[in-house]
Design a protein around this ligand. Structure first.
Ligand code: SF4
Ligand code: SF4
Length: 464
């Protein structure tokens, strides 16, 4: 294979699109797309950015709407507080989420990457726009690069990097707000650094990371780092919807026809490559670098409009659609997968909504045996631990569900403090007739003062 072939992309599968034959980085200077998909993508992206910047300010009953405090293992999702005791629920939700992602990707490909991934949204709709604004369009940028480090280029590059740093700082603040809450972030910003040194350092680390990511690493995150991108190869099949080039219609592209051969619709204008943020030629087929951003669809549609050919030479379609010359249709397979996705999502929401407000564990007090009482009953001593996941104190009553007997609280009424774990001790007295063995299973009910059962808890009772 000649070096020329290699460079021209004939061997595109042997190398990634952002590294040349010498192993050096190819700096991607993508052109701004224009078209209906870009308009939609901007609407989705700016909607997501608004969500990111507004949500930390929204509070529900004094708590943030969303918070993922990894340090204290406290998570708030749309007002519902999750504690370390809910980790089983989290594990289940994560498992569901993984299944959801796999199924979604099998059917819809990498749509998430191009349309909703924070990396793409920030890179394409924030940082690249700033770059276009300060350093000009790709043609100007390339011209300046050819001219070398002139004073004006140094000035523009420095301005861009300062703005990138400031925007990274803003993003870091909001990311931190999702972890520790906006009030804490305000404290870090307004009080002396010495009082919040750790928080300040975390903020600086986040800022530096975002700056590095968007000023230097950029599309490499999608091409070489993102694990989701890496597993695409095993998730996509011939029926998966992706951004695809219709080679039946496009080939032979202009300029490579043999004698007597009729040209296809591809004019070889290479606009699809010019707008690609990962620097690939989609005409080579589905590639791991493609984030399904649809910029090439818009670029190609614009070319087709100019030459009065139908749009859709590059479009959303499966490999099977393209090879059979079919239009995209909602097949039975897509409907079935979508139904499973909807069911999974519903199950996921149900798990969140139906989660109990209290979580109690009742265990016999360690190293204690039973006691024979003067009234002929047998008593056991228990420890109760109750986690209150709500924002209000909840007075509770413990009752025996499985046996007739008496419960005596050692420290009076049990009030479970809001957002805390409360512990207490109580005696259970059972009539000897009720105790039919050395160990028996007993069931408690935890009730609120209105008599609503909040939880059922099993334990053991020792007698005889
Ligand atoms: S090939 Fe098209 S859809 Fe894929 S990343 Fe490039 S421009 Fe986006
Ligand atoms: S934009 Fe369309 S017409 Fe132009 S090179 Fe790409 S596929 Fe061919």
């Amino acid at each position: 294979m000649s070096k020329k072939d290699y460079n021209e992309g004939i061997s595109f599968r042997n190398k990634i699109s952002t590294v040349d034959t010498e192993g050096k980085r190819i700096w991607v200077v993508a052109k701004q797309p224009k078209g209906r998909f870009y308009t939609w993508r901007q609407l989705v992206g700016y909607g997501l950015l608004a969500f990111l910047f507004v949500v930390p300010f929204i509070k529900l009953n004094g708590e943030p709407l969303l918070m993922f405090n990894i340090l204290e293992r406290k998570f708030i999702i749309f007002g519902a507080i999750f504690w370390p005791q809910d980790s089983y629920l989290f594990a289940l939700i994560m498992l569901l989420f993984m299944v959801f992602i796999v199924l979604f990707t099998v059917v819809y490909g990498r749509i998430w990457c191009g349309w909703a991934c924070p990396q793409t949204v920030f890179m394409e709709l924030v940082f690249r726009r700033i770059e276009w604004l300060i350093e000009g369009n790709p043609t100007k940028q390339k011209q300046r690069a050819k001219d070398g480090w002139t004073l004006s280029r140094i000035f523009l590059r420095a301005t861009k990097l300062i703005v990138f740093w400031l925007v990274s700082f803003v993003i870091a603040n909001f990311l931190l707000a999702f972890i520790i809450g906006i009030d804490e972030v305000f404290k870090i910003a307004s009080e002396p650094i010495s009082q919040h040194f750790t928080g300040f350092m975390v903020l600086m680390i986040f800022t530096t990371f975002f700056f590095w990511l968007f000023a230097w690493f950029r599309e490499q995150a999608c091409v070489v780092m993102c694990p989701y991108g890496r597993i695409q190869g095993v998730l996509l099949d011939a029926k998966t919807i992706s951004v695809a080039y219709d080679y039946l219609r496009g080939e032979p592209r202009k300029g490579i026809t043999q004698e007597g051969e009729k040209e296809g619709d591809c004019t070889n204008c290479k606009q699809c490559i010019a707008v690609c943020p990962t620097n690939i030629d989609i005409r080579n087929g589905t590639q791991l670098e493609c984030v399904n951003c649809t910029a090439c669809i818009d670029a190609c549609d614009n070319t087709m409009d100019k030459i009065n050919k139908p749009r859709g030479l590059i479009r959303f379609a499966s490999e099977e659609n393209i090879s059979k010359g079919e239009k995209f249709k909602f097949s039975g397979r897509i409907k079935a997968y979508t139904l499973v996705l909807v069911l999974l999502f519903t199950f996921f929401i149900t798990l969140l909504v139906t989660r109990g407000s209290l979580e109690a564990t009742i265990l016999r007090t360690p190293n204690t045996l039973f006691q024979m009482q003067a009234d002929g009953t047998i008593s056991n001593l228990y420890n109760i631990k109750v986690v209150n996941k709500t924002r209000e104190d909840i007075p509770v009553v413990i009752k025996l569900k499985s046996h007739k007997g008496e419960i005596q609280m050692a420290a009076g009424e049990l009030v479970v403090k809001a957002k805390e774990t409360t512990e207490s001790v109580f005696f259970v007295k059972l009539n000897t007739k009720e105790v039919k063995g050395a160990y028996i299973e007993i069931v408690f009910g935890i009730y609120d003062l209105k008599g609503n059962e909040l939880q059922e808890v099993e334990s053991t009772f020792v007698g005889k």
